[in-house]
Design a protein around this ligand. Sequence first.
Ligand code: ZN
Length: 152
Amino acid sequence: MKWTKIGLYTVGSLALGYAIYTALNQDKWLSRAESLPTEWQLRLQSYYPSVDLSNVQVIVTDKLPLSIGINYGAVTLSNYIFVSQAYWDILDYNDRLKVIIHELTHVEQWQRLSLLYPALYVSLIWLPWQSRPLEKSAIAKESLVSSALGLV
Ligand SMILES: [Zn+2]
């Protein structure tokens, strides 16, 4: 029983790892990647001391990677932040910045955990998303940095 679980997690993580690798190596994504606006880098860098914000890429796109059957507004894979075009379009300046603040926490986590990040995510996918540890800290940091910047 235990081994079945470990096997499922391993297969799930490897599949996710492969999907991420494939997603990140497609020209359709890479050609749309843009650096964070300089103004945002300046406003946010001190909150993410371990991340070089000039290396973070944002891709606003009609179809997010790994979105099979799931609707979400944004997803971070390594230092790439993918945002759904439809979601981005309805957000004002402050709300866009908040999305970036949230996702930058995931960039930080990816940097710290590397492939443990998708493994951890897959193993806790059965929890409501706000209860997953990686999301909890992203939500907490989003609210901390947003209020420090006067966005809320
Ligand atoms: Zn998140």
